[in-house]
Design a protein around this ligand. Structure first.
Ligand code: FES
Length: 574
């Protein structure tokens, strides 16, 4: 779509001198707006996923007020509109089930209302991706303001990180190294302020990706949620979105193939969440950018890890901010980025990161001396995942990246939970844990259970990692030699479903292969014995999701949402 400024779409409602114009303006005046705010100024929608049950986004009502200041100041009219809020730690069976529902809601809310530009306020894992996907399908001028990370967690004089240390503490309790009382005491130390997980989880990863894509202002990813600088950034965003509307620069102007390539490289260098892979594939599908799972490996698979942030490193998001944030990290990476691409700030990436400096080299490493050599996402293929599976090598145990072991199979996560601590379970440190039935359609919604807890009896022996394979996702805060997103999923006949306990599985991550060592004919015979999964959902959104969700290697969007519908609405409401 052309970037040429066009008459404001809000003029279609507020600029009319007839009965329809009366209706559109009069009801808005019920809120106390003087007549002259409908003088043709840009109307900015502030799409807000604020919610008290999405604690990561619970300060976004306040942040919206700062965006409004900027919009008023620049001569626009800000109007806040709510959007479904997806709290990662609260929603069941998994917030991911509803990402596309949020995207649909955002798309239709933006298109249906008389607004000219949008600021998206989100943060928790699935909120920002869902919002950006929906906004991309309408394609108005759009800027993201993320929630920002929580302050560093504190426990017994040490920093602790959201999620990452939950998994560690939980294993320590099961292994007898931590008391339940200590475990519960850590709860309030971990989450000390509003904001998103303070590790490089899915929320921080996507906030960083928004900065790298050029659809958020500088520092979006790292300013702590409760730092006044985030309010100032929100204010600046309010000013800037009005300029973008006046310049007619739509989201698709920024979401180019080169911007996605930058995002993939930056995502690798921060040790970003595996969930970002799914979200970026879905977003690319919305804007018509050709992007495949293999692009993540090809562009990011050999990137150095520069951000020493949990779960791949040692520090937390607050530390990353004080160490120089994304400007410093992207300056270090600039030879591998398309720095000429334009961002919503009006500057190119090169201009935006100019002066970026590393203030703490323990937290942000240089490309000559990275935290780890191989970051990014590796894409594995073989007879267990013909359409691909992924592994995050920076969060894995190097010794397990080439491994052969006997499968211990769990048909569902419920069976896994029932059996994993059974002393009679035949499992040892070389076993490969296989979990089925956790894909986008089957679960439904592809839960974050791929980082299966290790058997208690092995934890007691000091085992800290095992190879685990599933069609599930895992939290961006999680770690381990965990192979995820096996595609196609088992519930639609994916070959991971053919694995039986005792089969030998061979992983060679460097060679990007994942296979079960069972002859072709044996697998073919087993496939005839599989009873296809039956889904009993017949109504509502979940039925729609199950009918239309795409597989993980395609981004898990709903098939009928791929692409754009634009901002045009042809008919009046009265
Ligand atoms: Fe919301 Fe981690 S649970 S960002």
């Amino acid at each position: 779509m052309s970037d040429k400024p066009r008459p404001l779409r809000s003029a279609h409602s507020y600029g009319k001198l007839d009965r329809d114009g009366f209706i559109h303006r009069s009801w808005m005046k019920a809120q106390g707006y003087p007549a002259d705010v409908f003088d043709g100024r840009p109307i900015i929608g502030i799409c807000n996923t604020w919610s008290e049950i999405t604690p990561c986004n619970s300060h976004l009502r306040e942040i919206a007020e700062y965006v409004k200041r900027g919009v008023w100041e620049a001569g626009g009219l800000p109007l806040e509109l709510p959007a479904m809020s997806l709290g990662e730690t609260q929603m069941r069976p998994t917030a991911m089930l509803f990402r596309n529902l949020l995207a649909m809601e955002v798309e239709e809310s933006i298109r249906g209302n008389p607004i000219d530009g949008v600021v998206l306020l989100g943060g928790c894992d699935k909120t920002t991706p869902g919002q950006v996907m929906g906004a991309a399908s309408v394609d108005l001028p759009t800027i993201v303001v993320s929630s920002g990370p929580m302050l560093n967690g504190k426990f017994k004089g040490k920093d602790i990180g959201s999620g990452t240390d939950v998994w560690k503490f939980s294993e320590a309790v099961r292994g007898g190294e931590m008391s339940p009382a200590e475990f519960f005491a850590a709860e309030s130390g971990m989450s000390r302020s509003r904001g998103t997980c303070n590790t490089m989880g899915s929320a921080s990863s996507f906030a960083a990706v928004c900065e790298a894509l050029g659809i958020a202002l500088k520092w979006n990813a790292t300013i702590p949620a409760v730092d006044a600088n985030r309010q100032a950034m929100a204010h600046a965003t309010g000013r800037r979105i009005v300029d973008l509307v006046r310049d007619g620069k739509r989201l698709s102007h920024f979401l180019t193939r080169e911007a996605f390539e930058n995002a993939i490289r930056v995502h690798a260098a921060i040790g970003g969440s595996t969930n970002t892979v799914i979200h970026l594939l879905a977003l690319a599908g919305r804007v018509g950018v050709e992007l495949t799972l293999d692009d993540f490996d090809r562009l990011g698979g050999d990137m150095p890890l520069l951000a020493n942030v949990k779960p791949s490193g040692e520090y937390l998001m607050e530390d990353l901010h004080y160490a120089g944030g994304m400007p410093a990290l992207m300056t270090e990476l600039q030879d591998r980025l398309h720095t000429h691409v334009e961002t919503v700030s009006g500057q190119t990436i090169a201009e935006q990161i100019e002066g970026g400096e590393i203030w703490n080299s323990d937290v942000i490493a240089t490309t000559e001396n990275p935290i780890k050599d191989n970051s990014g996402i590796w894409v594995l293929r073989g007879n267990l995942a013909p359409d691909g599976a992924i592994i995050k090598p920076s969060a894995a145990s190097p010794a397990l990246l080439k491994h052969r072991g006997k499968a211990v199979v769990f048909e569902t996560i419920e069976v896994f939970k029932e059996r994993i601590d059974d002393p009679e379970l035949e499992v040892d440190a070389t076993s490969v844990l296989v979990l089925k039935g956790c894909g986008p359609k089957g679960y439904p919604g592809m839960p974050e259970v791929g980082n299966m807890p290790l058997p208690a009896k092995l934890l007691e022996q000091g085992v800290t990692d095992m190879v685990r394979i599933s069609d599930a996702r895992m939290s961006g805060t999680a770690f381990g030699t965990v192979i995820l997103h096996a595609s196609p999923e088992t519930s639609v006949g994916g070959p991971l479903g053919l694995v039986r306990t005792g089969d030998t599985i061979e992983l060679d991550a460097e060679a990007r292969t994942l296979n079960v060592l069972v002859p072709e004919e044996g697998l073919a015979r087993r496939s005839t014995e599989i009873v296809p999964a039956e889904f009993d959902t017949t109504r509502g959104y979940v039925a729609l999701h199950r009918r239309h969700v795409l597989q993980a290697h395609l981004g898990c969007d709903l098939d009928f949402l791929v692409g754009k519908s634009g901002d045009e609405v042809k008919r009046e409401s009265h």
